[in-house]
Ligand binder design. Sequence first.
Ligand SMILES: C[S@@+](CC[C@H](N)C(=O)[O-])C[C@H]1O[C@@H](n2cnc3c(N)ncnc32)[C@H](O)[C@@H]1O
Ligand SMILES: CC(C)=CCC/C(C)=C/COP(=O)(O)OP(=O)(O)O
Ligand SMILES: [Mg+2]
Length: 289
Amino acid sequence: MTSTVSTTPFIPAPATPYQGDIARYWNEEARPVNLRLGDVDGLYHHHYGIGAVDHAALGDTEDSAYEKKLVAELHRLESAQAELLLDHLGAIGRDDTLVDAGCGRGGSMVMAHQRFGCKVEGVTLSAKQADFGNNRARELGIEESVHSRVCNMLDMPFETGQAAGSWNNESSMYVDLHDLMAEHSRILAVGGRYVTITGCWNPRYGQPSKWVSQINAHFECNIHSRREYLRAMADNRLVPQAVIDLTPDTLPYWELRATSSLVTGIEEAFIESYRDGSFQYVLIAADRV
Ligand SMILES: C[S@@+](CC[C@H](N)C(=O)[O-])C[C@H]1O[C@@H](n2cnc3c(N)ncnc32)[C@H](O)[C@@H]1O
Ligand SMILES: CC(C)=CCC/C(C)=C/COP(=O)(O)OP(=O)(O)O
Ligand SMILES: [Mg+2]
């Protein structure tokens, strides 16, 4: 659907060797589970889904159209996840600026612009993702409002207090949380809102379980604990306004995905860690005070 014209004029050197690894990882990523779902309606996500599976819409597993319906259903659940994140940004006006930190291929940015009519700035380490997002914005005729760039989210080129809202959608497990919350706190206006949806290990379990270690190895990331999120926010003038445990809401997505031909091999680790309580899927919305 999207052409591959390069729209990224300047690609900065990675801040660390690790960030170079992550840039390479996302430049090379082309999993059907992400591209085929995005092709459903042109919103390309790199996050997971929430909500009940619509079994009536899926119909009979023997039906020749079942696989197509399954792809559409997984995509619907992923878009529902992004809608929930946007619900927690509060009142956003057309003249406001939003920042998507770790924006991937830009699906959430397009949804944010369509909902609020505002400017949305995205940063990713991957030039391929930034190009993809910018080409998609151009195809939609919204390139004046939705823009991705290659940039470290710990050092963003935005003015102090410029953003009315900012978020991390499954992108905070690649950075130090204190550094990340300090940067969000800097770019957000006082009274602005920060939202994250993330997977975190549960301090009640004790330490990261073997499943959490498997997820880290699979994605080359470093999952933080729920406690670390709250501490890093508290230390950076970000006061939680909502903390929602989405674990029960994301399990149906994983159970459905595990039955599909698009499995990637990481499904068991998510399902088992959510079930044994070692891992949680959470939304945290915080006021910049
Ligand atoms: C799992 S994807 C999530 C993408 C997107 N938020 C979504 O919901 O579709 C993780 C993203 O985090 C980005 N990322 C990781 N570390 C980063 C950093 N230090 N600065 C900017 N982006 C980063 C990656 O480039 C990738 O786009
Ligand atoms: C909740 C946690 C720990 C997330 C880790 C970050 C991550 C890789 C998210 C999904 O990306 P994706 O959509 O590219 O992954 P997949 O190919 O598995 O769908
Ligand atoms: Mg995916």
